[in-house]
Design a protein around this ligand. Sequence first.
Ligand code: ZN
Ligand code: ZN
Length: 447
Amino acid sequence: MKIKDWQEYLNREIPCSCSKEHRCDIDEILIEAGALKKLPGILSRYNYQNICVVSDIHTEQVAGKTVSALLNENGYQYTKVVFPEDELIPDERILGSLLVDLPQNCDLILAVGSGTINDLCKFISYKLNIDYFILATAPSMDGFASNVAPLIVKNLKTTYEVGKPKVIIGDLEILKEAPISMIAAGAGDILGKYVCLTDWKLAHLVTGEYYCEYVESLIRSSIEAVVSAIPRVKERDEEAIGSIMEGLVLSGIAMSYVGNSRPASGSEHHLSHYWEMMSLFGGSHGALHGTKVGIGTVLGLRMYEKLGEKLDNLKEKSASFHRDAWDQLIREAYRQAAPQVILLENQVHKNADDAVHSRVNELEKHKEEIRKMIAALPKADEIAGMLKEMDAPFQPAQIGVDHKTLKNSVLYAKELRNRFGLLQFLFDTGELEEMSELAVREFSCQN
Ligand SMILES: [Zn+2]
Ligand SMILES: [Zn+2]
C-alpha cells in the first residue's frame, strides 16, 4: 500500500478560493502496518513527563497492553485509565469519571480506542489544555482528525468544537483485526457524505451559508477511497482497511479546515442522532454510530429520490407554524431532551413562517441546480447493496428502530441542530409528513 503523504494537509496555511485560509494543526499521521512500534520514536520528539493512557476493556486487550510494554521499555512515567464498562456512553458521568482518574499535572492523554474513547479524550484534553494522541483500534468513525466531539449532554446529542490530536496512529495490523461491524460502520460514516454534501450545497444555495469546493473535493476523495475498498472489507484486506482509515482521517481534516462538522454531517447524521437518543432513553446503547449513519444514508437518499420526482410541483407549506402545538409534539418526540430542542427554536426561529417563506423563494430560484444535484446522487438501493456486501444493516428495523421512532425521526430529527438540509427543505415545502409515511411504508420491514 502506498503510504499517503499527510504533510501536504497539515500545519500550514492553505489559501483557498472560498476566501478562507484552511489549516489543520496535527503534527503527525501514521497509517501503516506496524505503526504502533513507532510510538517511542514519536514520543522521543516531545518532552512528556506524565502520560495518561486511556482505554476500555476491549481496546486494552488489542493495543493497550502493547502500549504499556513500549512505555515501560522506554522508561516513560504513565498512569493507566481502563474503563470497565462494556459499552461507554459519552455523557457527563463518564466525562466526570475520566476527570477523577486523570493524574495531576498530566501532560499527554494517549487514547487507545476509536469512537467514544476518542470523543471523551479529545474533549477532556481540549478543556484542560493537555496534548492528545490517538492510537486507533478500529476504523469505525471519522472523528480522529476532526476538531469536534459529539457528546450526550443534558440528554441531547450535541457536537462540541474542540481541539485536535497532535498525533494519529493507525496500525493496520490492529485495524484489520477490528470486528467487521466496526469497519463497516466506518464505511457507513463516509457513505453518509453523499447526503451531507448535498445538504451543505443546498444550504449554500438557499441560505447563503459558507461553502468550500476544495473541502468538498477532499470529502469526495474520502468517499472514493471507501467505495473502492468496500468489496474487500470482509476478507480484511489490509490495503482496503487502510483506504477506509485514510478516508476517515481525511474527512476529519476536512471538518478541521472548516472548523465544524458541516462538511461531514447532514440529515443522515441527524436521523442517526435521533435514533441513538431514543435507544439511550430506552436503556440500550443501540448500533454503532457509523452503522446508523449508513442506514440514515439509505433513507436520506430515498427521500432525495422522491424529492427529485416532486420538484416541479413544490409549493410553500400551507399551514402556518403553531408554536404551542409544535412544543407539545417536541415534548412527546424528544422526552427528556425536549427543553434543549425548544430552547434552540427559541434562539433561531428556523421554523417561523417568514424564515420558511424566504427559503422557499430561494429554492424556487435554484430549482435547476437542485435538480442536477439530486440527479447526481447514487440510488438508495446502490448504497444498501454496499452495506449488504459488508453484512451491515441497511434498514432502520434491523437496528431496532420501530415505526413510531422512524416516523418521528423523519419529522423531528432536524430540530436537533440549526442546519438547513433535506429534512428542513421537506418541512418548508410541506412534504415532510408524507415523506415520514413513505419512510414507514418502505423501511419498516426487513428484506
Ligand atoms: Zn476553502
Ligand atoms: Zn459521523
